[in-house]
Design a protein around this ligand. Structure first.
Ligand SMILES: Cc1ncc(COP(=O)(O)O)c(C=O)c1O
Length: 345
């Protein structure tokens, strides 16, 4: 009953097989291996972006932070949802990599930035001349921190606010495969056709060992990206193992199948939770993350029964939890945690 995070899952057998195959013999290092060109071309095809450049990194934090450093000057502001991972969960890495850009939190229900609030935040910034930070970049997250999914039209509406002010727009796609599986949207429609200029495509949570692709839709950013990645200590020497994971993951639609599996188990779990008296879903469940409120003591009893989940802060006196289904969550695990929940309630 492992519902703490999709990061607690292992790697898909197909990805492991690709890594084992890449282990044979010798290969050029630092991204010069032939597989990296194949990965770049595969992503160009999948995203219908024949010019896009791709850098592989082993963490989402480094990919996000390098994207922001590429798009935002040290005296710039990065506009993000107030609960965004870049703002809350990256230990200041975006500020560090940008050499001091300021993150400005934008409100919005259920993890979605409100376009009007984003417009206001952009309009307010830079108005004080040299005394304030200047408008820098917008970053959007999909799947959002609240487990909701933005459609391409919603991404485009947010990106348009940034583009109208001449700003580049980053998408944190740590769970982009789940967003694509949920909407059926094409990778291109969800990203560059919606105005996204920099993309973090997360693979780790959805079946890889540890690899994320930073996709630069403006190929002119490649060399600076290469230099920043190396300078940040994130250019892997045995890079072939990063490209092997990505190649195995993208082959035959595996990445979207794994994401769809995670979403399907998430939907089952959400339906089961919503049907229990005393349990309320606090955000719409649109992918593989579920947020619930339930009677005090429930999480403790579930943990005692062997379930792993995160307690999620709500107002004092209310008990909240986050449960995440992963690509390898089984129907039996969902049934087991719901049975444990019945006993706990
Ligand atoms: C929305 C989001 N962005 C990025 C990340 C990537 O973080 P990490 O640096 O842990 O790979 C995560 C992981 O939890 C995430 O949820």
């Amino acid at each position: 009953m492992h519902f703490a995070s999709d990061n607690t899952s292992g790697a898909a057998p197909e990805v492991l097989a690709a890594v084992v195959a890449a282990n044979a013999g010798y290969a050029p290092s630092y991204g010069a291996e032939p597989a990296m060109l194949r990965v770049r071309d595969r992503l160009r095809t999948l995203f219908e972006a024949p010019e896009a450049e791709v850098l592989l990194l082993s963490t989402g934090t480094s990919a996000n932070s390098l994207a922001l450093a590429l798009g935002c000057p040290p005296w710039g502001a990065v506009f993000c949802h107030e609960a965004a991972h870049v703002a809350q969960d990256e230990c200041g890495a975006p500020e560090f990599y940008t050499h001091g850009a300021k993150l400005i939190g934008v409100p919005g229900a259920h993890g979605r930035m409100d376009p009007g609030a984003l417009r206001d935040a952009i309009a307010r910034t830079g108005a004080g001349g040299v005394h304030g930070v200047q408008r820098g970049m917008v970053t959007i997250t999909n799947v959002t921190e609240a487990g909701t999914v933005l459609t391409p039209a919603e991404v485009a509406a947010l990106a348009a606010e940034g583009r109208a002010a001449g700003l580049p727009v980053h998408l944190d796609g740590a769970r982009l495969p789940q967003a694509l599986a949920a909407t059926g949207a094409s990778p291109a429609d969800m990203t560059h056709r919606a105005g996204i200029t920099h993309l973090t495509l997360g693979a780790t949570k959805t079946g890889c060992l540890g690899v994320e692709a930073l996709i630069l839709f403006d190929p002119a950013a490649r060399w600076e990206g290469e230099l920043r990645r190396k300078r940040a200590g994130h250019l892997a020497s045995k890079h072939r193992f990063l490209s092997a994971q990505m190649e195995g993951w993208l082959a035959d639609g595996l990445w979207l199948r794994l994401a769809a599996q995670a979403n399907a188990r998430g939907a089952e779990l959400a339906a089961g939770l919503a049907a229990r008296p005393g349990v309320r879903l606090t955000h719409p469940v649109e992918a593989n993350m579920i947020f619930a409120e339930w009677p005090a003591g429930t999480a403790e009893r579930l943990r005692a029964a062997g379930a792993a989940l995160y307690s999620w802060p709500l107002e004092p006196g209310r008990e909240g939890a986050r449960l995440v289904a992963s690509w390898c969550t089984t129907g039996a695990e969902v049934a087991a945690v719901l049975a444990a929940l019945d006993a706990a309630l």
